[in-house]
Design a binder for this molecule. Structure first.
Ligand SMILES: N=C(N)NCCC[C@H](NC(=O)CCC(=O)O)C(=O)O
Length: 446
């Protein structure tokens, strides 16, 4: 049986903008109100997808969400025509309005947690959309995310789709950004590492004091139960509360894994030794490559600034691993020095490829935020909606679609323009045809 890890990248939506919505995410706060380029952002994302496909990887795409979210604004009491809803929301409550315009669904690492069939009790691939309760603008995503996942993985024999966890901070769930699957190869049972920021029901346990811990232990445990994971196949570790307070709002800003490699900063985890020992024990006899980056080589601040750990580690068809890093890593002396050294250390990681994803980075999203990993065997891959897989033809079509519908620049005032809403809906309607998704958006469902 063949085995693959397919990266499903989020397509950047037509309202990509910088609104400073994510308290605890330093880049988001620092770039609030900067002018964005939705077209450039979407193209940077597409280029990364195409490059991975050209490397011989299977690459997929997930559709963005409808923004501005008129349905959410109506739910909050704004009424009248769509144009009137936009105008009154922008005038009466700038914060609510901006939150309902965010294209944040582009970071598909936060779309869902995915457990491959080799790990689950019923032998299907399981998906639970993340509820993203900690940020209002992101809490608007899970319903439509579920629709898009169901239309992309539309086969009940192979794929099980769960409802997102209850919309409450006790079950705050940020999806794959806090979940790493380690395995000897993708189609064999692995160990799923869930990383949480706090205990919801036990305030006596350590927790950050300045910035929020978005993920709870209780949410991780609920997802593991839903997916039918065995106790021997799961490890829970707590993120170091101090690094959350420094701006590490997801575990994937400080650690990343692939197959038998875990690459992490020495300050990433609370009770690190115990957790890593359990991980190695459950992983089995073959040794894990635990690549720990010391603070005196790369500070936490440099890791946050450059997203050294928000890189993708992928296994190329020849078996070597490569790192997909943002160009920001290349531009920082300490991080570049570390990466140059890393490829000489005799670990499975043999090379680094740099990509310009600055439009996403300015909102705190690196290469790894932009993708949702789905490990599959060949039968499962055959059951995926083929229009969502990237090849030369689909890449060309999507580029053309972006050229036709996306604006070059977008400033805050543009978001209240009713014409932007019409443009976005027209674009998304066409996209659902391109990707053969059916009606996944509220505006298509009447
Ligand atoms: N690390 C991972 N996996 N994902 C990155 C998500 C970035 C996103 N930024 C934002 O939502 C900012 C939007 C704004 O400020 O306009 C967030 O904080 O949830």
């Amino acid at each position: 049986m063949k085995q693959f890890e397919v990266n499903f990248d989020g397509l950047v939506g037509p309202t990509h903008n910088y609104a400073g919505l994510s308290f605890g995410n330093v880049a988001s706060l620092n770039n609030a109100n900067a002018v964005s380029s939705p077209k450039q952002a979407a193209k940077q994302g597409l280029l990364k997808m195409k490059a991975l496909s050209d490397m011989g990887m299977m690459q997929g795409v997930l559709a963005p969400q409808e923004r501005p979210d008129i349905a959410a604004l109506r739910r909050l009491g704004f009424s009248g025509s769509d144009a009137r809803v936009l105008e009154s929301a922008a005038k009466q409550s700038r914060e609510i309005f901006l939150a309902c315009c965010s294209a944040s669904s582009m970071w598909t690492a936060n779309a869902a947690t995915v457990s491959p069939s080799a790990d689950t009790a019923d032998g299907r691939v399981h998906f639970t959309p993340a509820n993203l309760t900690n940020k209002f603008h992101r809490s608007l995503e899970p319903q439509v995310t579920g629709n898009i996942l169901k239309a992309t993985f539309a086969n009940e024999k192979h794929f099980a789709h769960h409802l997102h966890l209850p919309d409450n901070e006790h079950f705050g769930d940020e999806g794959a950004a806090n979940h790493t699957r380690l395995c000897s190869d993708y189609s064999h049972a692995g160990v799923e590492l869930f990383v949480y920021g706090r205990h919801a029901f036990d305030p006596s346990k350590p927790a950050p004091t300045k910035f929020p811990a978005r993920q709870t232990l209780e949410a991780c445990q609920a997802v593991a139960r839903l997916h039918g994971l065995s106790e021997e196949g799961v490890v829970y570790m707590q993120q170091n509360p101090d690094v959350i307070d420094q701006g590490v709002f997801h575990n994937d800003v400080i650690a990343v894994g692939n197959q038998n490699v875990l690459f992490y900063h020495d300050q990433a985890f609370y009770k690190k030794e115990t957790g890593l020992k359990e991980l190695q024990t459950k992983f089995g006899d073959t040794p894990l490559h635990l690549i720990e980056v010391p603070t005196d080589e790369v500070s936490v601040q440099d890791a946050i600034k450059t997203y050294l750990f928000n890189t993708q580690i992928i296994t190329l068809p020849n078996g070597d691993m490569t790192i997909i890093a943002p160009t920001d890593c290349e531009e920082n002396d300490a991080v570049k020095r570390y990466l140059d050294k890393l490829v000489t250390l005799g670990t499975p990681i043999k090379s680094v490829n740099y990509f310009d994803v600055k439009q996403s980075m300015r909102n705190g999203g690196g290469p790894a935020c932009l993708r949702l990993r789905v490990a599959m065997n060949d039968q499962e891959l055959d059951a995926v909606n083929p229009a969502t897989l990237i090849n030369d033809l689909q890449f060309a079509r999507l580029n053309k679609w972006v050229d036709k519908h996306y604006r070059d620049v977008l400033a805050e005032d543009d978001l209240r323009d009713p014409q932007l809403l019409i443009e976005s809906r027209t674009a998304l309607d066409e996209l659902t045809q391109l990707l053969k998704l059916g009606s996944v958006y509220p505006f298509q469902q009447g």
